[in-house]
Design a protein around this ligand. Structure first.
Ligand SMILES: Cc1cc2nc3c(=O)[nH]c(=O)nc-3n(C[C@H](O)[C@H](O)[C@H](O)COP(=O)(O)OP(=O)(O)OC[C@H]3O[C@@H](n4cnc5c(N)ncnc54)[C@H](O)[C@@H]3O)c2cc1C
Length: 479
């Protein structure tokens, strides 16, 4: 006879294979007898996701894409991993273009490998190893862990719990589901799918490389991290003296380079509050940033310092009014924007010989011609539309405001299990990342509100995502 007092084993599904899914699995509360099923396109490479993917050996851009911050800022023990795996990293990078080891030399001279902007593929390897260790630990604890390389196509709920259907026709049952399917896609711009255009960078590398090699002048819509990746891609297939690369955006402003220096310091913000308004809070943040700059701090120290501060204290304590707090992220996102040191330095160096340049203006039309593209750029300052010619255009303009999410996220929004915050522009979930459907949790970089906490800095940051995944599991353990 079944003892009704004995809690029945739990079955939890995690959908996704990136950093968020890995962190949810690593800190999950499953006990002996429970089942954890990870469903992702590449769940067997859990932790890599979209950003830290393993490119095939033969691709010249295999190790071209770099982390945007120094190794010891991205995960507490990743700096040490780089030190421990240095020989392998070094031999993989010898002779590669762009010359990553050359750019690393000043750091190697003072034995500061932890300060390097490491190729993202290595961070993927580190995350994958971490996930494997976590799964081994769970199994040793008696948890039945299943890894399913598949696409989750639908999630439904009935009296018995949840039913997840996969593209290969598997039907997986569970009493709890975590959705960690990543952020929204790049916004589309009319005409970006023409013969001389790529609607996004990732997945279109081969075609972009072909055009860069034929000598096309490459235009990137956007002056952000993806544009920096596009430059690295071009550098990996074209000698620098043949490169013609333009980045454009409405403000034409590049991010500040995140430069690790020794000794590693963090800005220590002195914010008292509570502040009545977002405006008052932001004024004090700005004052703190100016003080930090006067004391000699650069964006790396400031950004990492504010991130550590907000992880510890949250925003609610300073701006208790949720309505006001929701006005903070869109400004802080710009103020604390930082980018990859190596690539920003390369961009600047190459601009001195006119191989790279920044053009200010918002692309309002892309028109394909027989041998390239005509672009119309709207200049804010004059309100004039100015024509330009390009050999090939890459849309790196980011997600925009009309977020285009993956189908599973869209289905949660349509059913009101999660909602879009019209002020912060991101996804709003409950305490512990719970959705309005009990048993379903959601975490992605586009999450801007968790319970009554507004994320002051975007979760497009591996360390912040891991932090909030851990907190979600701690919340569950307490419930
Ligand atoms: C190109 C790029 C570079 C970045 N660089 C940095 C950096 O240098 N430093 C930093 O801190 N942050 C960086 N970020 C921010 C990044 O968003 C986070 O660090 C983190 O990788 C996001 O993890 P995630 O698990 O939420 O999403 P993702 O990495 O997107 O993972 C979600 C995964 O779920 C899979 N998936 C989606 N739908 C389904 C489905 N229905 N069924 C099965 N699987 C599905 C997707 O294929 C994807 O692999 C970068 C992001 C990108 C996109």
């Amino acid at each position: 006879m079944t003892d009704l007092n004995t809690p029945r084993p739990h079955r939890r599904i995690i959908v996704g294979d990136g950093v968020a899914a890995a962190a949810l699995a690593e800190t999950c509360t499953a006990q002996a007898g429970d089942t954890l099923i990870v469903v992702g396109y590449k769940a067997s490479q859990l932790g890599r996701g979209l950003a830290y993917v393993a490119e095939p050996d033969e691709n010249p851009w295999r190790y071209a894409y770099l982390l945007n911050s120094p190794a010891d800022d991205i995960a507490p023990d990743f700096g040490q991993w780089v030190v421990d795996n240095w020989e392998r990293i070094h031999s993989a990078m010898v002779g590669r273009s762009p010359d990553w080891l050359g750019a690393a030399q000043t750091y190697l001279d003072c034995d500061d490998k932890r300060g390097l902007n490491v190729p993202r593929a290595f961070f993927g390897e580190y995350m994958q190893q971490r996930s494997r260790r976590a799964i081994t630990t769970l199994r040793a604890r008696g948890v039945n862990v299943e890894i399913v390389d598949d696409e989750a196509v639908s999630l439904d709920q009935d009296d018995d719990g949840f039913r997840l259907l996969t593209a290969s026709g598997q039907c997986i049952y569970a009493d709890a589901v975590d959705i960690a399917t990543g952020g929204p896609k790049t916004q589309r711009i009319e005409g970006d799918d023409g013969p001389f255009c790529a609607p996004e960078l990732f997945g279109h590398e081969e075609r972009i490389a072909e055009h860069a090699k034929r000598g096309a002048d490459i235009w990137c819509i956007g002056t952000n991290a993806t544009m920096l990746d596009a430059l690295r891609l071009c550098q990996s297939v074209v000698p620098e003296d043949q490169l013609r690369f333009t980045a454009c955006s409405p403000r034409g402003i590049m991010p500040d380079a995140l430069i690790a220096r020794l000794p590693r310091e963090l800005t220590q913000p002195e914010l008292a509050g509570p502040y009545q308004s977002a405006k008052a809070f932001l004024e004090d943040v700005q004052r703190n940033m100016q003080l930090a700059q006067t004391a000699g701090h650069q964006m790396r120290e400031i950004r990492a310092g504010f991130r550590a501060f907000f992880i510890k204290h949250g925003l609610k304590r300073f701006v208790p009014d949720l309505h006001e707090a929701r006005l903070v992220p869109s400004t802080l996102r710009h103020w604390l924007r930082g980018g990859t040191r190596d690539t920003l330095h390369d961009f600047h160096r190459l601009s001195l010989t006119n191989h790279t340049r920044v053009v200010r203006g918002a692309v309002s039309a892309i028109e394909s011609t027989d041998d390239g593209v005509n672009l119309l750029l709207l200049k804010d300052e004059t309100d004039a539309l100015v024509p330009y010619k390009a050999g090939f255009v890459i849309n790196c303009s980011g997600a925009g405001s009309a977020f285009e999410f993956d189908p599973l996220t869209r289905s949660l929004i349509e059913r009101d299990w999660i909602s879009i915050c019209n002020r912060s522009g991101g996804i709003r979930v409950g305490e512990g990342c719970e959705t309005s459907m009990p048993g379903v949790r959601y975490l992605s970089p586009a999450t801007t509100i968790i319970g009554d906490e507004v994320m002051p800095m975007p979760l497009y940051d591996a360390h912040l995502l891991c932090t909030w995944a851990t907190r979600a599991n701690e919340h569950l353990a307490k419930a």
